[in-house]
Design a protein around this ligand. Structure first.
Ligand SMILES: [Zn+2]
Length: 450
């Protein structure tokens, strides 16, 4: 009996370990939530952002959540439903490489100071907001979101689990858990707040020493992080090159995770580049010289380039932003579409706020088809899922969107997404969200996804 129990336990453990070893974005094949479904999508134009080309009148056969065949004609899977998108361009889903879905700060009541949001809103409430934000993002065509902290006590992991287990629809999430930084993180808490009430926890994990760095990385991995986010230089006691090399080593050791660094000073950027960090978040400190170093080392620029709008920014800041994009592009830096759009704009949903960042990209002068590539292919790459999810190709999960017009010629076509498919299920059709197939009363894809 004991032997049998041990055997069963061993088997469970093995299953658990197999699940652990999966790359971000990789899920069981087929997902039970998509099993038994079949579609044929008729695309008026099928766009390949990688090559910047389009082919007219293509058919895409989808079965059990995955793409099985693409061509002018395909063998129709038995029982397949036809989805007529012959008036539209079909393309892979979009990526926002920097957001915080469980954070929504606002003018009222906190005057856009997100320090106060943490005091006023529970992680539980913020997790529900995140679920809504995820659907709003999906409706705007974002099938992948890299979510980099400031999500309370792991609301980002909770959202990812809920999506992957099959409770609710949402983008594929590459989430960081809690941001790790030197004492205080991004804030200057009062001693009372910091020592007695731990008010900055859970927004930041303090890691000042090598032991604390290792411990913090492991805590995040334990609680479901798929990328490690650090605050490189939020404090005068910025991380050293050696500190960051330790982060990178420990993250790699913990399942091959990458390290994303919030950077706000040139010295911080220089150190992060020297350490060989995966990505630099925010364009604030990046100069032409630093771009050259980044290009040489292949470091991602996740610039979070905020457009100047009636609700945000200044002309001066925007000029700096656009100048930085031009410099990065001219130097051949790897760029990602990213927003840091974590605030409420009355009258707009999260997806609309995010897609409005096209304004910055248009202003950068980067050719439209390159912007489209940055928003798709580069997104899958910075999320480190390119080999498992994203591109529209046989064997991959069927994630795709459709828009009117041709985004290769005018990327603004992405502003009105009429159709969204995620994991081979239709989330949006004729411009209307149709989430029913995604909603389940239990963890249909498996409770062991964590
Ligand atoms: Zn951010």
């Amino acid at each position: 009996m004991l032997r049998q129990l041990l055997l069963i336990f061993g088997l469970l453990l093995a299953l658990e370990l197999a699940a652990e070893a999966q790359q971000p974005g990789a899920l069981p094949n087929p997902l039970p939530s998509s099993a038994g479904t079949a579609y044929v999508v008729r695309a008026g134009r099928l766009i390949d952002p990688e090559s910047g080309t389009a082919v007219a009148n293509q058919m895409i056969a989808i079965k059990d959540g995955r793409i099985v065949e693409i061509g002018a004609s395909v063998s129709i899977p038995p029982g397949a439903e036809t989805i007529d998108l012959s008036l539209y361009s079909v393309l892979p889903g979009l990526v926002d490489a920097h957001n915080h879905l469980a954070l929504t700060y606002k003018k009222v009541p906190e005057n856009d100071i997100y320090y106060y949001t943490y005091i006023q809103e529970s992680t539980a409430l913020r997790a529900i907001q995140a679920a809504s934000n995820g659907m709003q993002m999906l409706s705007s065509g974002f099938t992948v979101v890299r979510d980099l902290g400031n999500n309370g006590l792991y609301a980002d992991t909770a959202l990812r689990q809920a999506i992957e287990q099959g409770w609710i629809p949402g983008p594929t999430l590459i989430n960081s858990g809690i941001i790790i930084g030197g004492s205080g993180g991004q804030f200057y808490p009062t001693p009372e707040m910091y020592k007695e009430h731990n008010i900055i926890y859970p927004e930041y994990l303090d890691a000042d020493t090598p032991d604390e760095i290792i411990k913090a990385v492991r805590q995040n991995v334990l609680f479901g992080a798929k990328v490690i986010k650090i605050c490189v230089d939020c404090k005068p006691y910025a991380y050293s090159v050696e500190d960051m090399k330790l982060f990178i080593r420990e993250a790699a050791n913990a399942g091959g995770l990458k390290v994303a660094g919030h950077v706000q000073t040139q010295e911080g950027a220089r150190r992060a580049i020297e350490a060989g960090i995966w990505s630099i978040e925010h364009d604030t400190a990046l100069t032409d010289e630093l771009h050259k170093l980044m290009a040489k080392k292949g470091i991602w620029r996740v610039g979070t380039e905020t457009p100047f709008t009636e609700y945000r920014g200044t002309q001066e800041r925007f000029d700096h932003t656009v100048q930085g994009m031009k410099s990065a592009w001219a130097n051949g830096v790897k760029m990602a579409f990213s927003t840091d759009a974590d605030y409420y704009v009355p009258g707009m949903n999260r997806g609309q706020v995010v897609i409005n960042f096209l304004k910055s990209w248009k202003a950068s002068g980067i050719p439209d088809k390159e912007i489209l590539k940055i928003m798709t292919v580069n997104g899958y790459k910075v999320c480190d899922i390119y080999d498992t999810r994203g591109p529209v190709k046989p064997g991959f999960p069927a994630d795709m969107i459709a828009v009117k017009g041709n985004p290769l010629e005018d990327v603004a076509a992405l502003r009105s997404v009429v159709f969204v498919m995620k994991d081979g299920l239709v989330f949006k059709r004729d411009g209307v969200m149709t989430p029913e197939r995604f909603l389940h009363g239990g963890p249909v894809n498996g409770w062991r996804i964590h």
